[in-house]
Design a binder for this molecule. Structure first.
Ligand SMILES: [Zn+2]
Length: 398
C-alpha cells in the first residue's frame, strides 16, 4: 500500500488518516499526501469512505495552497457525536452530556456517598445519564451517543477496566463498572482514576505542547495523575499517582487515615484532614469545599492550616518533581479554590527541597478546568478510544 517515495512508514489506513486529521497534524489533502505517501487515487478513496461514514468533512476553500490552488480544510465531524461522562468523588458526582468536541449539552451535579458501594451509586448515575439524554432536546441524543467515560476516586486497572483495591471505596474492588453502562446504553464505556482524567483534561486543553504534566487533586482525599505526551501514565496495575497514602516525615499522633494507616499525607493535608483540624479548633465545617470557602472569607485559622497542608504536599511532591522533572504542576480539587494560600505552601517546601534544575522551568498553577477537569478528561479518553485508528478501521471494515 505504501507508495514509492513515502516519507514515513505509515501505510495510512482510513482510521490512521482520521487520527492525523483529529490530532491537528494535517488539515489538507496535500499535507496528507506528503505525510502518508499515498497515491492521490488511494487517498481520495479513503477520504470518501471517511466522509460517507460521517467521520470527516472537507470545508470550502479557506486559503490558497502552495501551488496557488485553493486548499480545502479537512476536519473531524465532532458536533453530532455525543459522550456521557461522570466524575464520581467521595461525596459528590458531576454528570455531563458532551459532544465529541467538548461542548457541554447538559449537565447535573448531586451528592453521593461512594462508600455506600457500587449498587446505589451506579443506579443513581444510570438514572442521571438517562435524564441528561432526555433533556438534550434534540430527540436524537440516544442515537448520537458513541461512548461513556467514568472517573472514580480510586486506582483502576485499565487492562481489566476494574477498580483495584480502592482505599476509600469499600465494595468496589474488581466491580465491573463498565459492564453496567454497556448493558444499559450499548456503547463502549471506559473508566479511569479521576486524577488521571483531570490531568488528561488539563494537559490536552491547556498545555498541549508540554510533554510532562503532573496533576494533583486535593479534595476529600489526595491523588495525582501523571500525563506524558498527552496520555496518562498509569503504572502496571493502575497504582501510579496514588500519593495520598505516602507517609510524611513528621506525622501528627492520632491522625488516622481513611485507609487505616497512620501518618498518610491524606490524613494531614487533604480537605478531609482540614475539616477535622478545624473541628479541633471549634470551627464546624463539613466538606473540603467548606474549608475553601472559609479561606476565601479570610478566616485566619483556616488560612494557616491550608498553608501548612500545602507545605506537607510540597514535601511529598519534591520527590516526584526530582524524579520526573515535569513542565507543569497543576493543583486541582477544592484546595485549588483557596486562592493562593495552598499553592504558596506547596511552592515553599517544593523549592526548599529540590535542586534549581528540577524547578527552573516548572510552572505551578491552579487547575483551569476546576470542577469540570474530570469530565473533560473522560470525554477525551472516550473520543481517543472510539475514534482511534483501530476502532474506525474496524467500523469501516477496511
Ligand atoms: Zn492512607
Amino acid at each position: 500500500m505504501t507508495a514509492a517515495g513515502a516519507r514515513t512508514v505509515l501505510t495510512a489506513t482510513a482510521g490512521q488518516i482520521l487520527e492525523l486529521v483529529r490530532s491537528g497534524e494535517v488539515s489538507t489533502r496535500r499535507e496528507l499526501q506528503e505525510q502518508t505517501g499515498l497515491s492521490r487515487s488511494t487517498l481520495t478513496q479513503r477520504l470518501a469512505m471517511l466522509t460517507a461514514a460521517g467521520y470527516l468533512s472537507e470545508a470550502a476553500a479557506m486559503h490558497s495552497g502552495v501551488a496557488g490552488r485553493p486548499a480545502k480544510a479537512l476536519s473531524f465531524v465532532d458536533s453530532d457525536k455525543y459522550v456521557l461522562t461522570a466524575d464520581l468523588g467521595a461525596t459528590h458526582a458531576r454528570l455531563a452530556l458532551q459532544d465529541a468536541a467538548g461542548a457541554i449539552l447538559a449537565e447535573s451535579t448531586g451528592r453521593i456517598r461512594i462508600q455506600d458501594g457500587p449498587d446505589p451509586v451506579l443506579s443513581a448515575v444510570l438514572d442521571g445519564f438517562s435524564a441528561l439524554l432526555a433533556s438534550a432536546g434534540d430527540g436524537a441524543a440516544r442515537e448520537r451517543l458513541c461512548g461513556i467515560g467514568i472517573g472514580v476516586p480510586g486506582p483502576v486497572n485499565v487492562a481489566t477496566r476494574r477498580l483495584q483495591q480502592p482505599p476509600i471505596m469499600p465494595g468496589w474492588d474488581d466491580y465491573p463498572v463498565t459492564t453496567v453502562f454497556e448493558d444499559r446504553f450499548g456503547v463502549p464505556t471506559l473508566v479511569d482514576n479521576d486524577a488521571n482524567l483531570m490531568g488528561l483534561g488539563e494537559a490536552r486543553r491547556y498545555h498541549p505542547d508540554v510533554p510532562s504534566l503532573l496533576y494533583v487533586k486535593v479534595g476529600t482525599g489526595i491523588g495525582a495523575g501523571l500525563i506524558i505526551d498527552g496520555r496518562p501514565e498509569r503504572g502496571i496495575a493502575g497504582g501510579a499517582g496514588d500519593i495520598g497514602h505516602i507517609r510524611i516525615a513528621h506525622p501528627v499522633a492520632g491522625a488516622l487515615c481513611a485507609c487505616g494507616a497512620n501518618g498518610c499525607l491524606a490524613a494531614h493535608a487533604s480537605g478531609g484532614a482540614l475539616v477535622r483540624q478545624l473541628a479541633d479548633r471549634g470551627i464546624a465545617v463539613e466538606t473540603a469545599a467548606d474549608v475553601a470557602r472559609l479561606v476565601q472569607a479570610g478566616n485566619a485559622d483556616a488560612i494557616a492550616l491550608v498553608r501548612t497542608a500545602g507545605q506537607l504536599l510540597g514535601e511529598v511532591l519534591a520527590t516526584a518533581v526530582a524524579l520526573l522533572n515535569p513542565g507543569v504542576l497543576v493543583i486541582g480539587g477544592s484546595m485549588a479554590l483557596t486562592h493562593e494560600h495552598f499553592l504558596i505552601g506547596v511552592r515553599e517546601s517544593l523549592y526548599e527541597r529540590t535542586v534549581p534544575l528540577a524547578t527552573r522551568d516548572l510552572t505551578i498553577t491552579a487547575s483551569a478546568l476546576q470542577d469540570r477537569a474530570a469530565i473533560e478528561g473522560a470525554r477525551i479518553m472516550v473520543v481517543d478510544h472510539v475514534f482511534s485508528a483501530e476502532a474506525v478501521d474496524a467500523h469501516l471494515g477496511s
